[in-house]
Design a protein around this ligand. Structure first.
Ligand code: NAD
Ligand code: MG
Length: 403
């Protein structure tokens, strides 16, 4: 067994912390090369004390000064770097074998692409990278022999139940469709008339999973499932018409593959991201993750229902963007990030997230995204457009809110 040398992008977030938990259970297997934690210097300093990385990366100079101060108290040799280029450097460094891509949002694009371009094994949690840059990312990975392993629980489940020799051709393997399960989030049964009064605190409280704020809001709008459909489209070469989404409120079946002969293969487990993380880190061995055993005696019923586009308009917008292709998924993602941030700041209502995304999708740049610069330009332009839309509608939103 060779030791894996890891860079963790987003080590201080929900996925990052779960990853370090798995890593700590197998000290003989993993060495940490770099941890990146943006502005969360205190947590990053604690992680450095335990895992002793060669580098720690933060957002800017002031965070770097703060982290150096904290690290100096630990008698540690960790070197502190800062800025976007440093993230790419620690992702592509020659010593590194694997990169956990767990930054949230479009900020993860450049370093995740850098890891793929450097031929690393990429443990992909940052779904926004694939939504923004699907073809470019997959081509970069293929050309540079990078292995992409899906950490997102649904895609990890699909990966586990696909044939071992899956070559990207669904028909050769007798596959009819890929079925992603969705919990439906906290508002699955909320009266639609109450949607305008949903608060950020309610939206980030997911019934089954403990996650970062942005993905929790995405789960509540079901934009998360929309982003995941696009992610599955690229990861598994699956055309949109062969992708299904089904609501499964218990989050026990993490996703499924339908085969031509009528068989449906599913992967199950308790909702704990350490399971897909351990699967990816251990491949091709199964290693302990710390997740609890699925207890069939207390499990109760597993239920399913069709998603409803009236309740979850973001899911419909994501389907539309996936069908449209080109820059549409990048625009969808950027508008969603801007709108979710505005919702979390209390500037817009929950239902205005979908309105803001819909507005942005009426302004998709023409052509194919064939460079990171083109994607970043489309992302920036869409954020500006969405923020302007939100500002222009702010008074109107607030007035409606009081009625
Ligand atoms: P989180 O908010 O808990 O953590 C985000 C991490 O990214 C933190 O370490 C933060 O410091 C860092 N970060 C934030 N902004 C940054 C920036 N501009 N530049 C560099 N670093 C930055 O998020 P999370 O829930 O861990 O999710 C991370 C990614 O994994 C997301 O793309 C999410 O969709 C995906 N994902 C998460 C889960 C989950 O259970 N949490 C499941 C599946 C997929
Ligand atoms: Mg998921």
């Amino acid at each position: 067994m060779s030791v894996q040398v890891l860079t963790l992008l987003g080590s201080t977030g929900s996925i990052g912390v779960s990853t370090l938990d798995v890593v700590a259970r197998h000290p003989e297997r993993f060495r940490i090369f770099a941890l990146a934690g943006h502005t969360q210097t205190a947590r990053l300093a604690e992680q450095c004390a335990v895992h002793r990385p060669r580098y720690a990366v933060v957002a800017g100079e002031s965070e770097a000064a703060e982290l150096r101060r904290l690290i100096a108290q630990q008698n540690s040799t960790t070197e502190v770097l800062h800025g976007a280029q440093a993230l790419c450097d620690v992702a592509a460094a020659p010593e590194v074998t694997g990169v956990m891509a767990a930054i949230v949002g479009a900020a993860g694009l450049a370093p995740t692409l850098a890891a793929a371009a450097a031929g690393k094994t990429v443990f992909l949690a940052n779904k926004e990278t694939l939504v923004m840059s699907g073809r470019l990312f997959m081509d970069t990975a293929r050309q540079n022999h990078a292995r992409i392993l899906p950490v997102d629980s649904e895609h990890n489940a699909v990966y586990q139940v696909l044939p071992r020799d899956f070559n990207g051709d669904l028909d050769t393997h007798g596959i009819d469709s890929i079925v992603l399960t969705a919990s439906g989030g906290p508002f699955l049964d909320t009266d639609l008339r109450d949607f305008d009064h949903i608060t950020p605190a309610q939206a980030v409280k997911h019934p089954n999973w403990s996650m970062g704020q942005k993905i929790s809001v995405d789960s509540a709008t079901m934009m998360n499932k929309g982003l995941e459909l696009i992610e599955a489209h690229w990861l598994f070469h699956c055309p949109p018409e062969r992708l299904e989404a089904v609501i499964h409120p218990q989050s026990v079946i993490h996703s499924m593959v339908r085969y031509r002969d009528g068989s449906v293969l599913a992967q199950m487990g308790v909702p704990d991201m350490r399971t897909p993380i351990a699967y990816c880190l251990g491949l091709s061995e199964r290693i302990a993750s710390g997740a609890a055993k699925l207890d069939f005696a207390t499990l109760g019923a597993l239920t399913f229902r069709q998603p409803d586009f009236q309740r979850f308009p973001c899911l419909k917008l994501a389907y539309d963007a996936m069908h449209a292709g080109g820059f549409a998924p990048c625009v969808l993602n950027a508008a969603n990030e801007a709108a979710v941030a505005a919702f979390l700041r209390g500037q817009i209502r929950f239902s205005d997230i979908a309105r803001s995304v819909e507005h942005a999708l009426a302004h998709i740049p023409a052509g194919e995204p064939d460079s990171i610069d083109a994607l970043v330009a489309a992302d920036t332009q869409t954020r500006r457009l969405t923020e302007a839309f939100i500002s222009s509608r702010l008074i109107c939103f607030n007035t409606q809110d009081r009625t």
